[in-house]
Each structure stands twice: as C-alpha cells, then as structure tokens.
Ligand binder design. Sequence first.
Ligand SMILES: Nc1ncnc2c1ncn2[C@@H]1O[C@H](COP(=O)(O)OP(=O)(O)OP(=O)(O)O)[C@@H](O)[C@H]1O
Length: 336
Amino acid sequence: MSNHEALLEIKDLHTGFDIGGETFHAVKGVSFSVKPKEVVCVVGESGCGKSVMSLSIMDLLPKHNGKIDKGQILFKGKDLVPLNDKEMNKIRGKDISMIFQEPMTALNPVLTIGYQIEEVLFNHTSTRKEEIRKKSISLLKQVGISRAEQIVNEYPHQLSGGMRQRVMIAIAIACQPQLLIADEPTTALDVTVQAQILELIKQIQDEVGMAVLLITHDLGVVAELADQVVVMYAGQVVEQADADRIFYNPQHPYTKSLLGSIPKMDERVEVLNTIKGIVPSLKNMPQKGCRFVDRCPVAMDACREIDPLLGETEKGHAVRCILYDASKPGQKAEVR
Ligand SMILES: Nc1ncnc2c1ncn2[C@@H]1O[C@H](COP(=O)(O)OP(=O)(O)OP(=O)(O)O)[C@@H](O)[C@H]1O
C-alpha cells in the first residue's frame, strides 16, 4: 500500500543477522506506512520480528551482526537507511523517539532524571540554559508526575516501574517528535499501571499531535489504541487493515488464531485456546511457501509450494495467504 501522505513509509525492508557466516532474515520484505497523527500497532507473537523492525527504523541494530540489506525507510519522504550515525543522531530523539519495554535499562542509572531530560533538550532544541530546568519539570508534570520538582533530582532506582516509564515518555516527547515508536511499553508493568500508561500515551498523542508506532503482542492494547494494525508473522506482514476490520473481519488464518486465543469474559472454557507450535527460529524458517504452514488450521499442499504475496482483498485490507489470491489454487476455499 503506497501512501503519498505518509509520515513513515517502510518499503520492502529486509533486515538480516550474520549467524556463523550466513545471513538469516528476521525481517523479510516488510512494507507499511504510518500517516501523521495515526496510531499503528504492529502485533504478533514473540520472535515475529517486531523489535528488529523497530530497531531498524531507529538504526539501533547490533552493529556486530545485524544489518538492513534491502529496502527503504522513508521518513517524510527521505530514506533513513543510507544515513550515517551523525545524521541519524539529529533525527533520533528529535523527529522520531522511542520508548522501550524496560525503562530501567533505557535510563542511565547514575544520572538524575532531570539531567537525562535536560540532555535531550540541550542537544536538540534551542531552549535557553535558564529555561531548561523549568521545561524538564513541566514535561514531568505533563506525564502525570506530581512531585516533579523533587523527582528531577532523583535517580531512576528511586522510582517505581510505572514512574520510570512516565519519565521515558517525558524524555521521548521533550522535542515534540512527529513519530513515537513504543516497543512493548507496558509489558513489564503491573496491570493497573499498564492501563494508566496506555491512557497517558493516548493523551500525549492527542496533545503533541504525533503519530505512534506501537509494537505489542497484546491485542487488548491494540483494541484500545490502534487506528491501523499490521500483523507480523515470522518476519513478514501477513495482514494489514484498520482496527475494526482486523477485529471484526480478520482474514489471515494467523490473525484469526491470535484473536481466537483471547479468553472471553462471557465464555466458560476448560482449556484456553492456543496456537499450536511456535514461531520458527531464523535457522528453521521454511525456505519456500507460507511461513505459517505448519501451524495453520486450513493449510493445503499448495501452501508449502507457493510463496504467498501480500495483496489487497478490499481497499485498505491486505492479506498474505493464497486462499485470498485469485490467481492461486484454493482461492475459493473457506477459511474458518
Ligand atoms: N542480535 C540478534 N542476533 C541473531 N538473531 C536475532 C538477534 N535479535 C533478534 N534475533 C532473532 O530475530 C527474530 C525476531 O526477533 P524480535 O526480537 O524482533 O522478535 P519480536 O517479535 O520483537 O519478539 P519479542 O516480542 O519477544 O521481542 C527472532 O528469531 C530472534 O531470535
């Protein structure tokens, strides 16, 4: 789906890791876009390539073995892939920011909270020196931290997990980025704190008017926040549509299985539904055919032979499955 008004457009991204002298792709041909002020959720099980995809955007792949070897990452029309560290440093934290699952590992334990916010303001804005402390206190208040005047002088270990994630959000929005990438931002938090942080992301997104690319395996989070949903499996996009269509008219067997594994409040079951098997490791990825074939409840022989393409089944709804490809065998079969 090419998009002329896109803020971020990822085109045919291939990110590989060198393992024992051979390249294995954790992201293989991913394309999607994010419009200004839109919330796009990337969803899929652990090991699907969600984090590798977001680290590719930020140029934060491990330098010793990871690299983008094909594709484009267009931000406001400019390809980020060929940029060097110095050029990326100007964009990271200013135009695009990122928050991670575990804020304790993202924050520097030996620097005060105030210093860490001020560093971003100092590097990326022209805020005057005497204004910087005031600005960092106001950012902490904006993310719901009430004792902001004291907190600026405290260290990360003195705060709870939820407070640390609020601080990370304050740092991320310090320069009013146009895009926030949030990689599993609530996974490490208590359930009640998770809800507060999600609410905060939603509120800040409105206030700052930024787009959010949210990486999650939690469909509850998707239902809460997403405008668009990108479902990833084994390094590829298998379905993409707006949130309503993903929840009310899912088409790919993997999306259906993910939705089928959410426990329902009004149904009493002995055993929870799960998707049998696991996401194949990079070394065990099928070399041809559909990557979901071994776990798919409606797989056919042809699925092992034909590489399914991501194609639109209706405007704005794309699916990678031969059941929906009119040019391939089995397209009339019914998927349950
Ligand atoms: N540095 C690395 N070297 C080799 N393989 C890696 C590296 N980082 C990730 N991988 C592999 O890439 C694949 C995708 O990993 P990724 O972390 O992107 O998955 P994910 O969908 O984000 O899962 P999770 O939700 O658990 O983070 C996995 O098979 C993983 O083992």
